[in-house]
Write a protein that binds this ligand. Structure first.
Ligand SMILES: Nc1ncnc2c1ncn2[C@@H]1O[C@H](COP(=O)(O)OP(=O)(O)O)[C@@H](O)[C@H]1O
Ligand SMILES: [Mg+2]
Length: 374
């Protein structure tokens, strides 16, 4: 029987860590996954070697895989426990997440950057609806808008003019909306002043903003980046340990050319590109529901994804309701859950979740890190 790493992860989602009450795939506990003919091998990374679950997880995982993929399967499950932190004078860099000693968001399992080469392609719209779709799937989700020049998340979520509170421990408490924890640079700074900021000021502000915030524990932190692929974007990307990036493009040639630059920026800093989303892919007139008009060209982002060997996460149609709901402060995924675009956002989100699981599972448990002295 032929099966893929994706099938294996799907089956392993039924194995739940009783202490943390979540499945082992969602908790990024499955690593080093390889699939070869009828043999599946992986490592389960436990919080501590003495967790009671340690005695059971191998048998449970094996049973889940036999049940889903057949009894002929050979399953090798190794156990490991989380790497102990490195000394304080060491700084760890690399694309991996948990191990970094100066990770400003230690309670966050996956940080996803939403980026675009060009402004106005719908990056913030995608970031917001992606975050909401993740929350709908039951994940704990935060959204952070780092677009200092044009923070639009406050408007899109109806949070304009609001200010987050500060706790007694002097931590910023994110606002809550539609089940998301939300922060925007727009809450903290005057965009008119920020336009003259240089790269290091931006990094410092964002780093502080991230580290001084009480995110609690999150499955996903979705980060809306400023548009473009210049120094500012690069420094933000290097401020956090990203799980991966989602690139948003429209089908137009100019946007695609910039999306290509976006992919290469993330490649250069070893951040996996989880995929490309094509926004404003086509238009279906409400009175002609069977028609699709490809106003900006057809299939460009899909071809680009193929060309660059990155996943194509999906296409989002142009709908008037997307724009209206963004302006009205309730995004389409919640305001119009049955619309074509809401369905498309949900589908792209599920695809991204699979890509995240795959990326996390392919990582070695004690991954190679580059150690730099400060
Ligand atoms: N699929 C879509 N259909 C219709 N309007 C859209 C769509 N995606 C984005 N928009 C609208 O386009 C404008 C720009 O989107 P935005 O998300 O702010 O882009 P960016 O963050 O890339 O600058 C907004 O008014 C938004 O409502
Ligand atoms: Mg934006």
């Amino acid at each position: 029987m032929a099966f893929t790493a994706r099938d294996v992860l799907q089956a392993l989602r039924s194995v739940v860590d009783p202490e943390r009450e979540k499945d082992i795939v969602r908790l990024n506990m499955v690593r080093n996954l390889t699939v070869e003919d009828d043999t599946v091998s992986f490592t389960v990374v436990l919080k501590s070697p003495t967790a009671p679950f340690a005695d059971k997880v191998q048998a449970q995982a094996t049973a889940a895989l036999h049940e889903a993929l057949g009894d002929d399967l050979t399953v090798n499950v190794a156990l490991d426990n989380e790497m102990i932190g490195l000394g304080d004078d060491l700084q760890v860099s690399g694309s991996g997440q948990q191990q970094s000693t100066d990770d400003p968001t230690p309670g966050v399992l996956n940080t996803i950057a939403v980026a675009s080469g060009k402004g106005g392609v719908g990056k913030s719209t995608v970031a917001v609806n992606l975050a909401l779709s993740l929350a709908e799937e039951g994940y704990d989700v935060g959204l952070i808008d780092t677009d200092i020049y044009g923070p639009s998340v406050p408007t899109m979520l109806g949070l304009e003019g609001e200010k987050p509170r500060v706790s007694e421990e002097r931590k910023i408490i994110p606002l809550q909306k539609y089940g998301l924890k939300v922060l925007s640079m727009g809450f903290m700074i005057d965009p008119q002043k920020a336009v003259i900021w240089r790269g290091p000021m931006v990094t410092k502000a964002i780093r502080q903003f991230l580290g001084d915030t009480d995110w609690g524990t999150l499955d996903y932190l979705v980060m809306d980046l400023p548009p473009g692929t210049g120094d500012i974007q690069l420094t933000i990307v290097q401020t956090v340990s990203l799980t991966g990036a989602v690139i948003v493009s429209t089908p137009q040639e100019v946007a695609l050319a910039d999306a290509r630059k976006g992919v290469s920026m993330f490649d250069n800093v070893n951040v996996p590109v989880l995929g490309i989303v094509e926004n404003m892919a086509f238009f279906t007139p409400p009175d002609l529901p069977d028609r699709k008009y490809y106003l900006f060209g057809q299939g460009g982002a899909r071809r680009l994804a193929q060309d660059l060997d990155v996943p194509f996460l999906g296409e989002i149609p142009i709908e008037q309701a997307v724009r209206e709901s963004g302006d009205d402060g309730e995004p389409i995924v919640t305001a119009g859950p049955d619309s074509a675009s809401a369905k498309a956002f949900r589908k792209a989100t599920r695809h991204m979740v699979d890509e995240v699981a795959l990326r996390n599972a392919e990582q070695a448990p004690s991954q190679q890190v580059e150690i730099l002295y400060r």
